[in-house]
Structure formats: C-alpha cells, structure tokens
Design a protein around this ligand. Structure first.
Ligand SMILES: [Fe+2]
Length: 349
C-alpha cells in the first residue's frame, strides 16, 4: 500500500514526538519531527508536510505564534494544535485563526489518529474544490476572451463596412492603425499599450455610424453646426466600444480629435493629459486624411502632408509624436501603398 500524506510533529518533548511518530507511522503516514518553531519551518521548507501537529507551549516561539506563519506560507497545509487540557481555550482560539482541530494532552492516541485522518480528508476535499473552482475560472476566462474577440471582430467589421460604403474613407482605419503602431514602436511603447492602440485605431471612427452622410460627404466647407455634428463621432464611438474594450481604449477613441494645445471644440484636456494613444492616433489620422481624397479637396502629396504635420507640431499635434512619425515616415509601407494606390486611381480616371 502507498504511504499516505506527510505529517510533521512539532513538540519540544521528545517522548511525545516519539509516541505520535509511532502511532501515525503505523497508520502509514510518513512522519517527521521538529523540536521547535525554527526547526519546523526548516523542515517545511525542505519538504512541506500536508499536516502539522503543533504544540502550543514550546520554548522560544510558541505554536500560537507559529500558526499564522505556517498558514501564510503553506495555506494548503492542515494544522492540529496540541495543548494541555488546562489550556484548551488557547487551542480553541487557534482553530478560530485557521487551525483545523486541536488535541488535549495527555493524548488519547486513537483520537490523535482520528483527528489526523479527518483533517487530511477535509484538506483533500478543500483542494479538490479549489482545483475545480480554478478550472471553472479558467474556462470562464477563456469564454470571456472569446466573446470579447467576437464582439470586437463584429465592431471591426462594422467599421470596415462603414468605410467601404464611402469611397473617400475606404481603408482609412486600417491605414491609420498601421501608421499608429509604427509610431508606437518607435516611441518604445509596451506590448499592452500597443495592443490597446491597435484596437483604438481600428475602432476610432466607429461613431461615424451616427453622422449624417450628407454632411460627411458635403463637397463644400462645413458650417460650424455641421462641424460640431461630425465631431460627436468621437464621443459616440467611445460609447459604442465601452462594453467590450478597456477604459484606456475608450479614452483614446474619445480624445482622438483633441488638439495638443487644448483649443479644440468642447475639449476638456490638453497636452500630456490627452492619452498618448490618442495623440498618436491624431498624427496618423491627420496624415491619412491629408493624403486621401476628400469630397471637398483632392489628396495632397506625401511630402506636402509631412510638411503640414511638422507645421502643426505643438499646436494641433504632440511634437514628440510628430518627431517619431517623421523618423519612421520613409519606412512606412502604407505610404508606398497609398502612393501606389493613388497613382493607380489617377491613371484610371
Ligand atoms: Fe475621427
């Protein structure tokens, strides 16, 4: 028959330790002894026991003092307190503080064995429940990730459908995302920040679903009221994605049209208070907007757009982000693609 669990007997009296050792070993438990708190913790560190029988009255650190240390470091170890019958109230207090049971000296060895069996059985059940809960939690987490992925995929598809419907904005969010991520890498953002930015950029204009198409595609200059109407898309977009993305992504979308100098329409924050992701998206968005045809003006060249971006550093755009963008502007595949696409488009006309 396999040996059962390990039991550590902690008592300053060698005679008592021997007595318990023999009784529990005969019941197929693997036993170890320690004569004080220090030795008990050393033995636990070397080879943790599943159960400790812990004497309350010991020279040096008492069992009462050692109990919280054991429970903190070895929460899955069961503890039975041992005490003189006259001090049973101390042992009862220990049970309130996490001990599993208590035994009174002089020991009835059958009772000791019964208590050890019971405490270890309870421990096994608790571990099984814990493992089951962890497995369940893992499943819930996996499902949550999957549901979130599906939701985001659906919203992303909605953005692409919205853009595809409009020849002026087709592919805008994907291009903005590529540029924004390249800037983020240049700025040394962390993987998590880059992942947030990816979602923020892909979804930044989802609020345009609420914008009047006739205003969005108006071939002449917008009135102040029309401009204000278009700009609500940032707030609406943030509201649409809020249930499925974290607050950082929501804030990026909400502030992606904020001006660095704080002078934008209905703007509440400025400068570094604007989320970095939003400041990055603003540069990428401005560049893609300028190099794309709009109902009221044709696209300008990459060189002209870069000049304009530089000119807007410190006013509309964050100078730090602008510098990073200029640095990577030569290596952006999206620009080459954009130029090629525009040339192809012009050739067709
Ligand atoms: Fe926008």
């Amino acid at each position: 028959m396999d040996k059962k669990e390990r039991i550590l007997i902690v008592d300053d009296e060698a005679g008592i330790r021997r007595l318990l050792y023999h009784k529990l070993s005969r019941a197929d438990y693997t036993c170890e002894e320690a004569e004080n708190a220090k030795q008990a913790m050393e033995k636990m560190a070397a080879n943790p026991a599943e159960l400790i029988i812990l004497d309350i009255m010991m020279p040096g650190k008492s069992g009462i003092e050692l109990l919280p240390e054991i429970k903190a470091r070895y929460p899955d170890t069961a503890v039975i307190m041992a005490t003189a019958i006259t001090e049973a109230s101390n042992a009862i207090n220990c049970v309130k503080k996490g001990a599993d049971d208590y035994l009174c000296k002089p020991f009835n060895l059958e009772e000791v064995l019964l208590s050890a069996d019971r405490s270890l059985e309870k421990r096994r059940l608790e571990l099984e429940i814990k493992e089951y809960q962890e497995r369940l939690q893992q499943k819930v987490d996996e499902q949550t990730v999957e549901i979130r992925r599906l939701f985001l995929g659906a919203i992303e598809a909605l953005v692409f459908a919205l853009e595809a419907k409009d020849k002026y904005t087709a592919g805008h969010s994907r291009r903005v995302t590529k540029i924004a991520l390249a800037i983020a890498k240049e700025l040394g953002l962390s993987r998590d920040e880059i992942e947030d930015l990816r979602w923020g950029s892909l979804l930044h204009d989802v609020g345009k679903i609420a914008v009047d198409q006739s205003i969005q595609n108006k071939p002449t200059k917008l009135t102040a009221v029309e401009y204000e109407h278009i700009m609500i898309h940032a707030q609406i977009g943030a509201g649409i994605v809020k249930p499925v993305v974290n607050d950082r992504v929501v804030e990026m979308i909400e502030h992606h049209h904020d001006r660095y100098d704080g002078t934008g329409l209905n703007q509440t924050i400025a400068g570094e208070d604007i989320p970095l992701g939003a400041r990055i998206m603003a540069v990428a968005d401005a560049f893609d907007a300028m190099t794309s045809d709009r109902p009221y003006r044709p696209a300008i060249s990459v060189e002209e757009a870069l000049g304009e971006i530089k000119r807007c550093a410190d006013t509309q755009l964050d100078p730090l982000v602008v510098r990073a963008f200029i640095k990577i502007s030569n290596s952006l595949p999206v620009m080459k693609n954009g130029q090629a696409a525009r040339k192809a488009l012009k050739a067709k006309r």
